[in-house]
Write a protein that binds this ligand. Structure first.
Ligand SMILES: C[S@@+](CC[C@H](N)C(=O)[O-])C[C@H]1O[C@@H](n2cnc3c(N)ncnc32)[C@H](O)[C@@H]1O
Ligand SMILES: Nc1nc2[nH]cc(C(=O)O)c2c(=O)[nH]1
Ligand code: SF4
Ligand SMILES: [Mg+2]
Length: 230
């Protein structure tokens, strides 16, 4: 039995099965559930169509699950509806990535409990700027967003809960900002740290590789963009 079965509605932008292209789980077959809405405002964000949750963009769940291109259309779904959908689609992956948008704007406990009961392992991709409401078993990937236009701050409790840190970089200034974050809001001992070059820019990739080698951090290159998959 769930502790609070209240049939929370989650705003869904898209659901698809692919290969995880980022972070520690790179290469793992995964189902992505992308939630609508993010106020953080990273200028280089690759999912800007998920930022606004406009009432006029609400569509039927069947429409978002059949998307062939990125749009700002979204549909409400309960956790149970999502489990039914994954079964109906015949997806074989057992790893589910909850992303967005900023999924940590929502209470993800019920979603996590229902998906875990159905046999899935959950991962959340988050900027670390909202209080996390996830199950204990959820793998938390924090991709810290520092000094972004939305004015949100990375939370020390998110940094402590992180199972991995995956920081987007393009220039030395970003490394300096990250160093200050690590000094003031340290993650747990031994947590994996990766640098992720912003938008595959060659200079960003060179910088990320250089710093990763110096610090013994990992490189995360958004494999899906090199493979031209979702
Ligand atoms: C689109 S975000 C959604 C989840 C959450 N809002 C976050 O920022 O972690 C998913 C991941 O993509 C990364 N990302 C977004 N745009 C990117 C870009 N242009 N280049 C590299 N990484 C990017 C984010 O840093 C994050 O790790
Ligand atoms: N293949 C693939 N891997 C990903 N890892 C994180 C993604 C995201 O947008 O959160 C993502 C994505 O959009 N596609
Ligand atoms: S926090 Fe994530 S979804 Fe929001 S703007 Fe930044 S990268 Fe995009
Ligand atoms: Mg992506």
């Amino acid at each position: 039995m769930l502790e609070n079965p209240i049939n929370t509605l989650y705003p869904i932008n898209e659901v698809f099965q692919t290969i995880q292209g980022e972070g520690i789980f790179t290469g793992v077959p995964a189902i992505f559930i992308r939630l609508q809405g993010c106020p953080v405002g990273c200028p280089w964000c690759d999912t800007q169509h998920t930022w606004e949750q406009q009432p006029n963009d609400e569509v039927a769940l069947s429409e978002v699950t059949e998307k062939t291109q990125a749009t700002s259309h979204w549909a409400n779904a309960t956790a149970e509806q999502l489990v039914d959908l994954l079964k109906q689609k015949g997806y074989t992956a057992k790893h589910i990535v909850i992303t967005g948008g900023e999924p940590a704007m929502f209470d993800l406990i019920e979603l996590g409990q229902v998906l875990e009961q159905a046999g899935y392992q959950l991962q959340i991709e988050t900027s670390g700027t909202f209080l996390l409401k996830v199950t204990d078993a959820t793998w938390v990937t924090v991709s810290p967003k520092l000094d972004m236009p939305g004015g949100y701050m990375v939370r020390p409790d998110c940094m402590k809960r992180a199972d991995e840190i995956k920081y987007p970089v393009a220039m030395q200034k970003h490394i300096d900002q990250f160093d200050r974050l690590l000094a003031t809001c340290p993650p747990r001992e031994g947590v994996s740290i990766a640098l992720q070059p912003i938008s595959q820019r060659p200079r960003a990739t060179e910088l990320a590789m250089k710093v990763c080698i110096e610090r013994n951090w990992r490189l995360s290159v958004q494999l899906h963009k090199y493979l031209n998959i979702e």
